[in-house]
Write a protein of this length. Structure first.
Length: 490
């Protein structure tokens, strides 16, 4: 009887939570418009074969809506529309400054709709709303404004060469757009990754076919709606939800590594980023930033610190303070402004994280905290801490892409013992030590006494198995341009 009463009470509480969420979504529904069809040649339309799939809210596992599932025929139409827009449409003939004005207008519209975008991002990806508003959406707006300013500053150079006497020669270079670009984005930062990839692409004068992650398509489709309002010409931007990448175009992948033939490719593949914490660090900051390096965006962060090396003399104190702070974190509904830690993006990912932690324990690492699914509705994972992690262990080598802190006592140069090299970090008060270590860390980004501090003006990209090519900054433009040398004799 007691057990039955407990179960009844639990069911009532669950119904109450569902009712509150339903009321909250009902209040949003009159104003929250979420496009759900393919966006091809400036229009929203169903997939040619009518196929759809469910996109799911990771907070409670409910279906948000049905989304068109693009077929090969749909992708072909999108590529054709992008090619026509590049070859014959107004976009290809537009003055660069006018192109920049359109991108500025698009950024303004994104800002005008930022709360709507953040809400959709939270519902579809599980990102905590406050983070979605500030980072997922906020940095997306900054990215478009930054690259809008580059549109009329893309230029070549003149080159002195040996003259064909008695005649003379002039050699100069031109930077030209590639044409149609295919962009495949991941599910951890759906809108921000769209912005990182597509803003530079558009600023360079290209057109694009973009495939959002199958599990998080909604902010990309809302973005498409805003491009129409901004006046972006038809065919310049095409968005095809589904599972297969577009073909016959330059490919820019994030979290993917399978491409064919000789297409130009840019890859950002994540990694197992090391964070080194020396005994002379600012302990308060190292704890705060160390936690952010792992648990930011629920650990679904391509530059997350996959492994922490803590100097032996402060190791135990560091772990104690981290666990104290974890216990203060509020896990819950990401739409609640007071929530610190939301659900993982989808069920399959949550299951893999649980398996990851089970394997860590099996191999002999010490599970200090967490390691389990949270006992509540939705795809919630406990923030986790492992210590006594040895180099040969699976969790020392493989990226979890979740809220799992993997800690080893630091004694030597093991930080480079990884096939990846996207990011890294070091905490120390000694500037000589910081510079020495930063020069020797084999990673495309090194943070010193901070972490996750990216900026639209700074290039972002990895070494080794973390991919090649850069996002953000001036270098990102070069991924979407080709250089042509012209020699004139007179």
């Amino acid at each position: 009887l007691i057990k039955k009463k407990k179960n009844t009470t639990k069911k009532r509480a669950l119904r109450s939570v569902r009712a509150k969420r339903a009321c909250a979504l009902h209040r949003l529904s009159p104003t929250l418009k979420m496009p759900h069809q393919c966006f091809i040649n400036g229009n929203f339309e169903d997939a040619e074969d009518g196929k759809t799939y469910n996109t799911v809210n990771p907070t409670d596992g409910s279906v948000i809506c049905k989304v068109s599932y693009a077929s090969v025929a749909d992708v072909d139409r999108a590529v054709s529309a992008a090619k026509e827009a590049f070859d014959n449409g107004p976009w290809g003939k537009m003055n660069p400054r006018d192109r920049g004005l359109l991108l500025y207008r698009l950024a303004d519209l994104m800002e005008e709709h930022q709360e709507e975008l953040a809400t959709i991002e939270t519902l579809d990806s599980g990102a905590v709303y406050t983070l979605a508003l500030k980072t997922h959406v906020g940095m997306s707006i900054q990215t478009f404004r930054y690259f809008a300013g580059w549109c009329d500053k893309i230029q070549g150079s003149t080159i002195p060469i040996n003259q064909a006497r008695p005649n003379r020669n002039l050699t100069f270079t031109k930077k030209e757009p590639l044409g149609v670009c295919a962009i495949v984005i991941p599910w951890n930062y759906p809108l921000m990754m769209l912005a990182w990839k597509s803003a530079a692409c558009l600023a360079a004068g290209n057109t694009l076919v973009l495939k959002p992650a199958q599990v998080t398509p909604l902010t990309a489709l809302k973005f498409a709606e805003l491009t129409v309002k901004a006046g972006i010409p038809k065919g310049v931007i095409n968005i095809v939800p589904g599972s297969e990448p577009p073909a016959d175009a330059f490919c820019c992948f994030c979290c993917s590594c399978a491409v064919s033939n000789l297409k130009k490719v840019s890859l950002e593949l994540g990694g197992k980023s090391p964070l080194i914490i020396f005994s002379d660090c600012d302990m308060d900051k190292a704890v705060r930033m160390g936690m952010s390096s792992v648990y930011f965006n629920k650990g679904e962060n391509c530059i997350a610190a996959g492994r922490l090396f803590v100097e032996e003399s402060i190791h135990d104190e560091y772990i104690r303070r981290v666990v104290e702070e974890i216990k203060k974190m509020k896990i819950g509904d990401p739409l609640d402004r007071s929530t610190d830690h939301g659900p993982q993006n989808h069920k399959a990912h949550l299951d893999k994280l649980v398996e990851y932690c089970e394997l860590g324990v099996k191999e002999g690492a010490t599970l200090v905290y967490g390691g389990r699914q949270v006992d509540r509705q939705g795809f919630f994972m406990e923030p986790t801490v492992f210590t006594d992690v040895e180099d040969h262990m699976f969790i020392a080598k493989e990226e979890s892409f979740g809220p799992v802190m993997v800690v080893s006592k630091f004694k030597d140069g093991r930080a480079n013992n990884t096939e990846f090299g996207l990011a890294s970090g070091v905490f120390t008060r000694d500037i000589n030590k910081a510079m020495y270590v930063s020069e020797r860390l084999e990673a495309g980004t090194v943070f010193v006494n901070t972490y996750n501090k990216t900026d639209v003006a700074a290039p972002f990209g990895g070494f080794k198995q973390s991919g090649f090519g850069k996002d953000l900054g001036e270098e990102a433009l070069h991924e979407y341009l080709r250089t042509k040398a012209v020699t004139v004799e007179y």
